[in-house]
Design a binder for this molecule. Structure first.
Ligand SMILES: NC(=O)c1ccc[n+]([C@@H]2O[C@H](COP(=O)([O-])OP(=O)(O)OC[C@H]3O[C@@H](n4cnc5c(N)ncnc54)[C@H](O)[C@@H]3O)[C@@H](O)[C@H]2O)c1
Ligand SMILES: [Zn+2]
Length: 405
């Protein structure tokens, strides 16, 4: 049965962090990441607003980027001791996603990580706590989505937990929090957002309710991302909304194989010196996947509609798809994101010799391709790749070669 689910309330605009003052409850646990929310004063503000609302507050901090299964288990234990009736997660996608998984384990202490990962198979939540998400990056939109991405570092794999049960009850989209993002984070999260809207628009689960959100957010990102990257704070605020609209689209239309590939390559080369940051992975793979998916007639028409809505020109469908690919490649260059894995260097900047050597890439390719095909995001992609096609596609993403299959 088709379903469209969003948070019950969404506070948006400058200063809306204050909405926390109006929350009703006894105990709130506040989950944050490595320190940016504390450093810029948002953590203290949130604590004082919740206290003003009459709540006892406990903090779970230090949630790392790309949170691990262990972090989730540790946080759930703290929640079981404190017994909050509100879980408030504030920061980038990482602390919010970790808090969502902690929430599941808090409500169902017996559930295993494998149990959580059953796609749309979670038991009913909200028997112990409600959930509020406050985003400080402009990309994942996890404040409105039914997803949480947790990394199993032993396997080197990111697992999506997907269920409308973990769509937050309340989202706060306050652009003040996004103003402190460093340039590189703006670039990566912004390209994550446009990947969300483009994948949602061509997904086999797209519908009348998700299409307008996807198309409108693509246009906003087209006008706002580069300016936001270059320091325009009104565009930064607009990007904070745009990524959220993209999230509303993909949470309900689902994603595609750009995300499958990003999930399965993100931690696969961590032993070679670095993660492939989620947004950067998407930015590198999206143009290749568009070329692959555009061999499907319906998908090609949809990409052409995106190009039309962006005003990119072109007459034939093929021409429009090519212009969309060229436009996205241009965005990568302006945002200093590498074009392919081979050139993914230190600090995620383009480099002649990246940190993933050809030998290591080729040795791990069959396993990564198999895992990517098995990712939860593959099912809604317009074209389902075979093992051989996925390997060829990943090679194009490594060498930046053309997709002609
Ligand atoms: N749940 C979903 O629907 C969904 C969708 C896409 C991606 N993800 C996942 O989200 C994670 C990435 O999240 P992210 O891109 O938001 O980054 P992040 O949460 O991993 O944060 C990256 C870094 O930015 C810092 N930071 C965050 N906000 C800041 C701010 N306002 N000012 C200064 N520094 C700030 C953090 O402290 C951290 O060091 C990945 O694990 C990805 O797989 C989830
Ligand atoms: Zn994403």
């Amino acid at each position: 049965m088709a379903r469209f689910t969003l948070p019950r309330d969404l506070y948006h605009g400058k200063g809306t962090l204050e909405a926390l003052k109006t929350f009703e409850g006894k105990k709130a646990v506040l989950c944050v990441g490595g320190g940016s929310m504390k450093k810029f004063g948002f953590l203290d503000s949130a604590v004082s607003y919740l206290k003003e609302a009459g709540m006892e507050v406990e903090i779970i901090d230090g949630i790392e980027p790309d949170p691990s299964v262990e972090t989730v288990l540790k946080g759930a234990e703290a929640m079981l001791k404190f017994e909050p009736d509100w879980i408030i997660a504030m920061g980038g996608g990482s602390p919010i996603d970790a808090a969502k998984a902690m929430w599941i384990k808090y409500e169902y202490p017996e559930i295993t990580f494998e149990g959580m990962c059953k796609v749309f198979g979670l038991p009913k939540l909200r028997k112990k706590a409600h959930f509020c998400a406050i985003s400080s990056t402009s990309g994942t939109a996890t404040e409105v989505t039914a997803f949480s991405i947790i990394t199993d570092y032993a396997k080197g794999i990111k697992y999506p937990i997907a269920d409308y049960e973990i769509t937050p009850d309340v989202a706060i989209v306050d652009p003040d929090l996004a103003e402190t993002m460093p340039q590189k984070l703006v670039a990566h999260t912004g390209m994550d957002a446009i990947t969300h809207s483009i994948e949602a628009y061509v997904s086999t689960a797209n519908c009348d309710f998700t299409d307008p959100l996807a198309l409108y957010s693509i246009k906003m990102i087209q006008t706002d991302l580069i300016a936001s990257y270059n320091g325009d704070m009104s565009k930064r605020a607009s990007m904070h909304n745009a990524q959220c609209l993209a999230g509303m689209a993909f949470s309900n239309a689902l994603l595609g194989i750009v995300h499958s590939m990003a999930h399965k390559t993100g931690a696969a080369f961590a032993d070679c010196g670095a993660h492939i940051i989620h947004g950067a992975a998407n930015a590198m793979y999206l143009p290749k996947v568009i070329a692959f998916n555009a061999k499907d007639e319906t998908a090609a028409k949809r990409y052409a509609a995106i190009a039309d809505s962006m005003g990119l020109g072109g007459v034939s469908i093929e021409e429009k798809v090519a212009l969309l690919i060229a436009y996205l490649r241009g965005m990568n260059k302006e945002l200093k994101i590498p074009l392919c894995i081979k050139n993914y260097g230190a600090d995620s900047y383009p480099a002649e010799n990246g940190f993933v050597s050809e030998d290591i890439f080729l040795a791990r390719l069959p396993e990564i391709a198999k895992n990517a095909i098995g990712d939860a995001c593959t099912g809604s992609n317009p074209r389902i790749p075979s093992q051989q096609e996925m390997e060829m596609l990943l090679k194009c993403c490594y060498y930046n070669t053309d997709v002609n299959f």
